[in-house]
Design a protein around this ligand. Structure first.
Ligand SMILES: [Zn+2]
Ligand SMILES: [Zn+2]
Length: 243
């Protein structure tokens, strides 16, 4: 499978970039994970909107769902210009009923995932872990049967991330804070905590994402490396990870 970073900033996009969004592809199937601010524009640099097969959302904070509305307009315009190209399923949790209701539109359909059950989407099987965040949010463990990607979405540290991430080929952590900061009250993690999870879960590669707009983000990598002996990637637009 192939993962392309579409957006990686936490909270709001830095100039010219996007907030959380990742494109996961396998055997011609394209799954978009979160659809943050600016992500629809960036996505089209990699694939046309009509080639998206499904979208899955961790939670309904704006920096993860801001472009769902314009994605729905893109589907609608495409229908008028080129004719129907099918209904795009958008998976979300139903702990926020208002948020979930926004997922259905003329050519998109909200699909509920149950946090305690895994869901099959194309070639991917996805299981969930509720994160520590001001609103209900779910991290995902995604496997194609051969390789595994774990995405913490937005979360402060909790022990359960270690077994949940066990042996993953790629772990993408919320790294909204530098090592010396405290992300707990905001519901985010530090570089150090991401490194601790990666080390204890023995993942193959750690990607730091949901990054802060201030400071020198390369420092985050150095801080994570103090905890974790594997490969550390710093998310940036267009970064491709493949297994
Ligand atoms: Zn966020
Ligand atoms: Zn959030």
């Amino acid at each position: 499978m192939k993962l392309t970073v579409i957006g990686f900033w936490g909270g709001y996009p830095a100039p010219g970039d996007a907030t959380s969004s990742y494109l996961l592809e396998k055997d011609g199937f394209s799954l978009l994970i979160d659809a943050g601010s600016g992500s629809l524009s960036k996505l089209q640099q990699y694939i046309p909107v009509t080639e998206l097969d499904a979208v899955i959302l961790s939670h309904y904070h704006e920096d993860h769902v801001a472009d769902i509305g314009v994605l729905q307009y893109a589907k609608l315009v495409n229908y008028y210009v080129n004719g129907a190209d099918g209904i795009l399923p958008i998976y979300g949790h139903v702990l926020d009923k208002e948020g979930f209701a926004t997922l259905s539109h003329e050519y998109t359909e909200g699909k509920a995932y149950q946090p305690d059950e895994s869901v099959d989407i194309g070639p991917f099987q996805i299981s969930f872990l509720q994160t520590v965040h001001p609103v209900p949010c779910f991290g995902m463990r995604i496997t194609d049967g051969e390789h595994t990607v774990v995405y913490t979405a937005d979360s402060s540290f909790k022990e359960e991330w270690i077994p949940f991430s066990k042996g993953a080929d790629l772990l993408i952590t919320d790294c909204n804070f530098y090592a010396e900061q405290n992300g707990e009250s905001a519901g985010h993690m530090t570089s150090k905590e991401g490194g601790e999870i990666a080390q204890n879960a023995k993942v193959k590669t750690l990607m730091l994402s949901h990054l802060p707009q201030y400071g020198d983000t390369k420092q985050l990598v150095e801080e994570a490396k103090e905890q974790y002996s594997g490969t550390v990637l710093l998310a940036k637009e267009g970064l491709i990870w493949q297994a």
